[in-house]
Ligand binder design. Structure first.
Ligand SMILES: Nc1ncnc2c1ncn2[C@@H]1O[C@H](COP(=O)(O)OP(=O)(O)OP(=O)(O)O)[C@@H](O)[C@H]1O
Ligand SMILES: [Mg+2]
Length: 479
């Protein structure tokens, strides 16, 4: 018995357009014997109609058909961009004919009479070529997808809605305002809009309006001329010029002062601006995407943000939910970052233990996805076991209050409250670690752990419950 070859050549759908019935028949039989699906027709007109159906990989096309010239069919297939490999069959093979057919996009040609082997070999190569073309198209599409959305992880309905909005707005030149707390992925979304727009091959420039002083920001945005201010020793183009054909991302837009807001409004309405110190206007075609974590409408009502600019920026609003409102995405994001940082550090970590993942999901993540990403990066550095476990996680999660975020107490009572909070924060964390360590040392046996630390079992259990530590017994391997 013949064993099938492991990598047997791909089989195709073949159309034979040949007015000589016996030859058409013979070709079909040989091709089918070799596992291809083959059909034939005897006229050019019929061949053309079948070709338009578009479900063939290869067409064997006679040049001299009774009712028309095969070249016409070849030309039409090229005009319509049909994805099919055409092989010319002719008894009148001349160099000119062959050259003309190849120029018109034929894949190959067979000179009549041909042997069975010649036919099979030629068709096989054509089928393989067609597969390669298709594979390439698929990979290219995948690449576009990758640059687009697949780096934005999420399947929560709110994020899926954001994907739909990105798809809708990207091809337009519409101004977009992205709303969302710190670290929710506003810049990521802005980049995805750019990547899906006609401007994708042009520049994407991001500028953080909260980190620059008003004068510096203006000169960054609009550029300046030599001598505009001390230190301006030469002309400098602004990013409205540099990103003129691309996209300009203005992060933390609420931080613009009223004067710069006025200038920005002018650019958005007239496409004109003046570099600092210049008396003449320049024009720009840059698309503006901005982002904010503040409620601009409230700021407008309070008078610190121009209402007209707010409406001009907010033509197409996109709202990014905080991570705590899409907890179902946390495991997905955590694994995404785990893979990313393992690849970066050439480390192998197989995943998170069940309770570690649960702790990640239940963490409040005030710094949203950025905070989760940073936490996973630290965990990858610190973990030396095959899995990230709860103990390592609690050790490295930012459970401690950040000193910088606390306002300086103004009264003795505020100072006392601060001390109390600090103690609670540290104490609670240490208490949990104490329980986990005791359990770990005793192989998860609660009674032994309680005894080892000098506690009664019920008290130890109650404390475990208060800290949300699941009973380790259910994870003990079966014997
Ligand atoms: N859905 C997501 N999938 C994968 N990575 C994400 C996602 N959302 C955010 N990130 C990552 O989290 C980090 C913060 O995202 P980004 O800078 O876009 O947030 P932001 O909203 O602009 O923050 P800020 O308000 O502080 O400027 C980035 O490293 C980004 O790649
Ligand atoms: Mg940002």
């Amino acid at each position: 018995m013949k064993c099938p070859k492991a990598d047997s050549p791909p089989k195709g759908r073949i159309l034979i357009v040949e007015d000589e019935r016996s030859l058409a028949h013979a070709c079909r039989s040989i091709l089918e014997e070799h596992g291809h699906h083959a059909e034939f027709c005897l006229t050019g007109r019929e061949g053309r109609a079948l070709l338009r159906r578009g479900d063939f990989d290869v067409v064997l096309l006679d040049l001299r058909l009774g009712d028309m010239d095969g070249m016409e069919i070849l030309e039409e297939a090229r005009r319509q961009n049909l994805r099919v490999c055409i092989v010319i069959m002719t008894a009148f093979s001349t160099v000119q004919n062959a050259v003309k057919a190849m120029k018109l996009g034929a894949f190959d040609y067979l000179t009549k009479p041909f042997t069975d082997d010649e036919l099979i070999l030629c068709v096989q190569r054509a089928v393989e070529k067609k597969r390669l073309v298709e594979e390439n198209l698929r990979l290219k599409k995948e690449l576009v997808d990758r640059y687009g959305f697949s780096n934005i992880v999420g399947e929560n309905p709110k994020i899926l809605e954001v994907f739909r909005q990105i798809e809708k707005v990207a091809p337009t030149d519409c101004t977009v305002l992205i709303h969302g707390e710190h670290g929710t992925g506003k810049e990521l979304v802005a980049r995805a809009i750019h990547a899906h727009s006609r401007r994708a091959s042009q520049k994407f420039i991001a500028i953080d309006c909260s980190t620059l002083s008003p004068t510096l920001l203006e000169s960054e945005l609009f550029g300046h001329v030599k001598g505009a201010f001390t230190g301006a020793t030469q002309d400098k183009p602004g990013i409205f010029q540099v990103a003129s054909k691309g996209t300009l991302f203005l992060d933390d837009i609420a931080n613009l002062n009223l004067e710069t807001q006025g200038k920005l409004l002018r650019v958005l309405e007239t496409r004109e601006y003046k570099p600092v110190g210049s008396s003449s206007f320049r024009t720009t075609e840059a698309r503006v995407i901005s982002a904010t974590n503040k409620d601009l409408r409230t700021l407008a009502a309070q008078g610190s943000f121009r209402e007209d600019l707010y409406y001009r920026l907010n033509v197409f609003p996109i709202f990014l939910p905080p991570l705590r409102e899409r907890k179902d995405d946390i495991p997905r994001l955590a694994y995404h970052f785990l893979r990313h940082f393992c690849r970066k550090t050439s480390k192998r970590i197989d995943g998170f233990t069940e309770d570690a993942l649960e702790a990640l999901v239940n963490h409040p993540w005030p710094g949203n996805v950025r905070q989760l990403k940073n936490a996973v990066e630290r965990l990858v550095i610190m973990t030396d076991t095959p899995m990230v476990d709860l103990l390592t996680l609690l050790d490295h999660l930012e459970t401690r209050r950040r000193w910088g975020s606390d306002p300086i107490p103004r009264t003795i009572q505020e100072l006392r409250d601060f001390k109390k909070r600090l103690l609670i924060d540290h104490y609670e964390r240490m208490e949990k670690l104490f329980l986990l360590k005791a359990l770990e040392d005793q192989g998860g046996n609660i009674s032994k752990a309680a005894q080892a630390v000098g506690m009664k079992r019920p008290n130890f259990s109650a404390l475990m419950k208060r800290h949300g530590i699941p009973s380790p017994s259910r994870k003990r391997p079966a014997v």
